[in-house]
Design a protein around this ligand. Structure first.
Ligand SMILES: [Zn+2]
Ligand SMILES: [Zn+2]
Length: 669
């Protein structure tokens, strides 16, 4: 018999759906090690664990089976707790909801903590007053008393209506109640703008959660929030896990944005997590958007979310005039720029105004083709064509890390007749520079944003009018407020519309509306041109007038007819392996059991499709199959996922196969 143990329930960053118990040795028992990181032995290696809670041996309900194998904690790594018990509870809910490994969830929530180094907010001294207009004040008045209560609102305001001012009023109210706020912004490039605007009012009360900060700066910001020294957190998706005290307000700006969904495990959606946090910690949750997600808008129709509208643009600036260039009628020639758009660009330059040209594809061209033998340059690891990046002299794969120097001749026939097919932002930049040699042209896409402060520099140059034309992908369409832009060109929305995704229309409408909304944001009438072969598509047509209501009416009908969210919940499980045979065997194994359940599934209004090959059958040398599920509600979805997970666990060669579980997937490639 041993003396009763004091045990720590520990999670490790491993893809397992369980926690682990370690004995707290005598010498560590006089300090509270809960919510701290510890060094432990796991299997044969040493690893960093995180202590969720401390339990007496008799309180442990899990079967500790072979008690002799319970190990001791080696050492404690933190002097102070680095987490809150509210966050533990949130992590457990997230893990359950997304059927994600609890350790992966907790370690996703935690930043990699280093020796902290103070982060200096560059905008702290820009104090400025603002006066809300009547509409903004009314929106605030409706929500004011709900700050600090579990309530959800949708602020639907046309582009340029000044949603940020409403956010600031709410954050101020929250501070007055001595509570904290979390402000989420979708795009890294937008964080800077939001930081600047909030700093004008809240100064050092702001903490920035941002992947561009160094790990030391991030640690410093994390600790400042944990201690309650900063009460307003601004950041992208992961800032929803900020360790704030007395949370009173959560804002998701541009709530429809796809970047709120995590693409790696745990595949959470910030909207979903924000909802959980709002309920648990009694915080007002506000979704802001000019083009709300169909799901959020539907929830407001159902009375689950209170909708508030801002219908006027700030200072009553009219919406841009929009013209469609139908490429079936007006040909573009080699430059793929229509005569209409080109003329307008020249005019805008002459008036010393700025233009923005939006093309949602980066690189020089999306593919290379040998004109002699038809050889098509594909990634050797993936089933997908490679993008040509002329600047780097490389061809690159969008799905794996593979890149190669751009070929001079065809690897198949040796010919030199290689042609680039299609166009990306690099090619657009080059063409424009050739056509308009005197224009100062900048480009913003993932490639230029990757450079240190890349996006901030480009946007600053635009704000300071050190550039005339900004070319870019969706990064330039979103939320930027640059006073002197009067012309927006949107090229080839069909690139977005042709994706095999039931949200393609929604995303296209939203990106087009936002891009168009960048034009004419101060005292000048804006102008926009959409250049497309699909001029009649309803997502394109309705973007002209930014008629969200009409778009929603049509889109929700389609969703209903084809049984897509919000009328069902979707789930997806991907199985991938470098060994195609084992994967085929797993498919037999799964199909056998799924077939037996067919009538049971039908009785519960469940649709289970597959396993079948993914649209991209191979990525990074992994062969891929998936199962798609549709269910009436989340609970029954989770039951099927757990059932399939169990089948996978029962497959003898499961170690050769990786599983990816995605609840509410946003893409199914
Ligand atoms: Zn060839
Ligand atoms: Zn690849």
């Amino acid at each position: 018999m041993h003396e009763p143990w004091l045990l720590a329930e520990v999670v490790l960053n491993v893809p397992l759906h369980s926690t682990f118990y370690y004995i707290i040795p005598k010498e560590l028992q006089d300090q509270d090690i809960a919510l701290k990181r510890v060094a432990v032995h796991f299997g044969r290696r040493e690893d960093i664990g995180f202590v969720m809670r401390i339990l007496k041996e008799e309180d442990v309900t899990t079967d500790l089976r072979d008690l002799k194998s319970v190990k001791e904690i080696e050492s404690v790594l933190d002097a102070q707790p680095i987490f809150t018990s509210d966050l533990i509870s949130l992590g457990e809910t997230v893990a359950e909801y997304y059927h994600a490994p609890i350790g992966e969830v907790i370690f996703t929530m935690l930043p990699p903590l280093k020796e902290p180094k103070h982060f200096t907010n560059p905008y702290i001294s820009d104090q400025k007053d603002f006066t809300p207009n009547e509409e903004q004040q009314q929106a605030f008045d409706i929500m004011k008393d709900s700050v600090g209560t579990a309530s959800t609102f949708l602020l639907q305001g046309v582009t340029g209506s000044g949603k940020t001012e409403v956010y600031k009023l709410l954050a101020r109210e929250c501070l007055l109640k001595n509570k904290s706020s979390i402000i989420l912004v979708p795009e890294i490039a937008l964080t800077d703008q939001t930081l600047r605007r909030f700093s004008e009012e809240f100064g050092s009360n702001i903490a920035l959660f941002h992947s561009k900060l160094s790990p030391a700066e991030r640690s410093s910001e994390w600790l400042r929030v944990l201690k309650g020294d900063a009460k307003i957190v601004i950041g992208p998706r992961s800032a929803i896990f900020a360790p704030v005290k007395d949370l009173g307000l959560i804002i998701l700006d541009e709530e429809h944005d796809p970047s709120y969904k995590a693409m790696d495990s745990p595949r959470y959606h910030a909207r979903g997590v924000a909802f959980m946090r709002s309920k648990k910690e009694k915080a007002l949750l506000l979704f802001g958007s000019a083009t709300p997600s169909i799901e959020s808008r539907y929830a407001s129709d159902q009375g689950l979310i209170t909708k508030i509208q801002l219908i006027n643009r700030f200072n009553n600036i009219p919406l841009p005039e929009v013209q469609i260039v139908d490429l079936k009628e007006e040909k573009t020639g080699n430059t793929f720029l229509s005569e209409t758009l080109f003329k307008k660009l020249v005019d805008t330059l002459a008036q010393q105004k700025q233009s923005l040209i939006f093309l949602n594809r980066r690189g020089y061209s999306p593919s290379l083709l040998c004109q002699d033998c038809g050889f098509f340059f594909k990634c050797p690891n993936c089933d997908i064509g490679m993008t040509w990046h002329k600047r780097d002299g490389k061809v690159k794969c969008r799905y794996c890390e593979f890149e190669d120097s751009a070929p001079n001749n065809c690897p198949e026939c040796g010919g030199f007749n290689i042609k680039d097919v299609g166009h990306g932002t690099e090619k657009l930049e080059d063409s424009l520079q050739t056509l308009l040699p005197a224009a100062r042209i900048l480009r913003l896409d993932l490639d230029t944003a990757k450079k240190k402060n890349g996006s901030d520099k480009v946007l600053k140059a635009m704000r300071d009018h050190e550039a005339d034309i900004l070319v870019g992908t969706q990064m330039i369409a979103k939320g930027h407020d640059i006073a002197n832009i009067t012309l927006v060109g949107a090229l080839f929305p069909e690139i977005m519309l042709s994706l095999p995704d039931f949200r393609a229309s929604e995303r296209t409408f939203s990106l087009l509306s936002q891009a168009i909304g960048r034009a004419g944001r101060r005292d000048t009438q804006g102008y926009a041109i959409i250049q497309t072969y699909l001029a009649d598509h309803f997502a394109v047509q309705l973007a002209i007038t930014q008629d969200y209501e009409q778009f929603y009416k049509q889109e929700i009908q389609i969703r209903k007819e084809f049984n897509y969210p919000p009328f069902v919940r979707m789930g997806r499980i991907v199985f991938r392996s470098t060994d195609e045979n084992t994967l085929t065997q797993l498919n037999y194994h799964l199909k056998k059991y799924l077939k037996k359940e067919k009538s049971n599934f039908q009785a519960h209004q469940l649709e289970v499709l597959g396993p079948s090959p993914c649209p991209i059958e191979r990525i990074n040398n992994y062969y891929r199959y998936h199962i798609l599920m549709k269910a009436k509600n989340h609970a029954s979805m989770l039951r099927v996922i757990k059932f399939i997970y169990k089948l996978y666990k029962g497959f003898p060669s499961k170690d050769k196969i990786k599983i990816e579980i995605d609840v509410d997937p946003t893409q199914i490639l």
